[in-house]
Write a protein that binds this ligand. Structure first.
Ligand code: HXC
Length: 513
């Protein structure tokens, strides 16, 4: 029979993955197959597969008996909302989706295409890791992938979906990529599994407690999004893709909006408590500020004292970075510094202006924070803001104390347009602490120390912490009415549309890590 006659049956065999039994097992676990996942993600009939007939070349440890087509990974490109994306999807029904030489080189080839042609890479992970029978060839293939992840960083967006096990060194490809998605069940990431941990440290732990979605979205910060099932996860990936451009040479899409830029935030003052020490939820401010209230929060369960995510203002994509007074009063700590810095660097890589909403009492004091390196981690946030050359617009809503004033997109780190509400308090430290330091003697000598302290605090707030001082120095460009925040931010972003900011010639900076 000629290949022409046989082709359809070969294709049918290749499309059948690891066979009905393995597919049924995959479904019984509540998991989709590699191909079903691609279909869920891309526009109908848009997927173009390559390397369907690739097989491994291993001839030891039983692998010589079978050479399944695809070698356990589907690769190709498709469209999401009409825009090209490159996708690889590991097929757990073939040798547990394990990564051998041919499997790894298929992925590397796809990554080269994505890199060369400037479109996002979506990596769907569901794998037992390095194919044990292929030894160092499997490890070498991982190395090829890691290298390409690094090379593509800041050139094309890279998104990892963890829809099964992702163990051992395999976790490092997702870890290098820009965004990691997990499902609530069936999705695990760890360097060493429960068995190894038990034999080495004696600790007993199950897969989910060790490296499930909850752990990685709330505790470790490894993952950025988690969804209850694969359908919802793919919808979220599509939503994320709607905000980000295909590569670092193309700005994000402008989207017409019927939400007027001049819309006043009528009820904004009802959200912000009159007492500066009372919390409120910054999400309410973000929702009112952005087009149609549509905000895609990134890492919403991790370091919740800082809120980051994507939105549009007057049709233009922006990255929002906002202190969250409702969590730890909005302090900056180790995790929020890491979270903010990584997000800012993504935005800066891909032409996404950064809008910063500031209400923070400063960096979190404490032995634990100091010993775990708040100096090193806080430095990342300063570095990221200072390094970013995309338009940077900020609004100080209430507190901007100490180092946090400087860090959060201040003029001194080349914030382009810096606004403050009349309620802003800008100073070296909060009134209570400051008054106790500079008036310690007067307060202890007073007949009524409490009353004197309260008076001095009021005076400090009115005379030293007032935004008028910063405005008089030009550190603020304007003190704006809270209701006009959208209007003012939109006008600033519009003015900054063609911003050019050259960076010094150097190999690369040495970001504190
Ligand atoms: C070869 C593998 C494999 C692997 C699974 N399989 N992992 N084959 N190499 N790494 C095969 C199984 O033999 C089995 O084949 C099929 O895939 C399905 O696996 P099951 O064990 O039946 O599935 P399940 O019970 O769901 O368990 C899934 C699993 C388990 C938890 C992933 O298979 C497992 O622990 N695998 C090993 C994981 C691991 O330690 N990997 C190495 C990590 S280190 P049959 O023929 O029976 O269907 C690493 C280093 C990377 O990856 C370094 C990069 C720098």
């Amino acid at each position: 029979m000629s290949l022409q006659e046989d082709l359809n049956s070969l294709i049918a065999r290749a499309m059948g993955g690891g066979g009905q039994e393995a597919i049924a097992k995959q479904h019984a676990r509540g998991k989709k197959t590699a191909r079903e996942r691609i279909d869920l993600l891309v526009d109908p009939d848009s997927f173009q597969e390559i390397d369907l007939f690739v097989t491994h070349r291993a001839n030891q440890f039983g692998l010589e008996k079978e050479h399944p087509f695809t070698d356990g990974v589907i690769t190709g490109w498709g469209k999401v909302d009409g825009k090209t994306v490159y996708i690889y999807s590991q097929d757990f029904t073939i040798m547990g989706g394990s990564l051998g030489e041919a499997h790894g080189l298929k992925i590397a080839k796809l990554m080269d295409l994505a890199y060369q042609n400037g479109a996002p890479l979506i990596a769907i992970n569901d794998s037992g890791g390095a194919r044990i029978q292929e030894g160092v060839d499997a490890l070498a293939a991982y190395g090829e992938i890691f290298y390409r992840n690094m090379r593509a960083s800041g050139v094309i967006p890279q998104i990892s979906l963890i829809l099964g096990p992702c163990a051992g060194g395999a976790v490092y490809s997702p870890a290098i990529t820009d965004f990691v998605f997990m499902t609530h069940e069936n999705s695990y990431m760890f360097i060493t599994g429960p068995e190894v941990i038990k034999s080495v440290t004696g600790e007993e732990v199950d897969f989910a407690t060790l490296g499930g979605a909850k752990v990685h979205t709330s505790l470790s910060g490894v993952a950025h999004f988690s969804e209850p099932n694969e359908e919802q996860l793919m919808a979220k990936v599509r939503w994320l893709l709607s905000f980000i451009p295909p590569n670092n040479l193309t700005p994000p899409d402008f989207q017409e909006t019927d939400d007027p830029p001049s819309r006043l935030l009528e009820d904004i003052l009802e959200i912000i408590p009159s007492s500066p020490n009372k919390p409120y939820d910054i999400h309410h401010v973000i929702e009112r500020l952005v087009d149609g209230g549509e905000f895609l929060e990134v890492q919403e369960s991790f370091a919740q004292n800082l809120v980051v995510g994507f939105a549009r203002i007057a049709g233009q994509v922006v990255g929002i970075v906002a202190n969250q007074p409702a969590v730890l009063a909005g302090v900056l700590d180790i995790d929020s510094s890491d979270k903010g810095a990584r997000f800012i660097r993504f935005c800066d890589s891909f032409h996404i202006p950064i809008v910063t909403l500031i209400d923070t009492p400063g960096f979190l004091p404490g032995v634990d924070q100091e010993h775990h390196g708040i100096i090193r981690h806080g430095a990342k946030l300063i570095f990221a803001y200072a390094e970013a050359t995309v338009p940077k617009v900020s609004v100080i809503l209430r507190k901007a104390y100490g180092g946090a004033y400087i860090v959060m997109s201040s003029k001194h780190l080349r914030g382009d347009i810096n606004f403050a509400w009349p309620t802003a308090e800008i100073a070296v430290m909060g009134p209570e602490g400051a008054v106790r330091i500079i008036y310690r003697k007067e307060i202890s000598a007073s007949a009524n120390p409490q009353q004197l302290e309260e008076e001095l605090i009021m005076q400090y707030r009115a005379e030293l912490a007032t935004p008028l001082i910063s405005a008089s120095r030009g550190y603020l460009d304007a003190i704006i009415s809270p209701q006009e925040t959208r209007l003012k931010v939109a006008a600033a972003l519009d003015m900054l549309k063609e911003k050019r900011a050259p960076t010094p010639v150097r190999k690369h900076s040495n970001l504190p890590l």
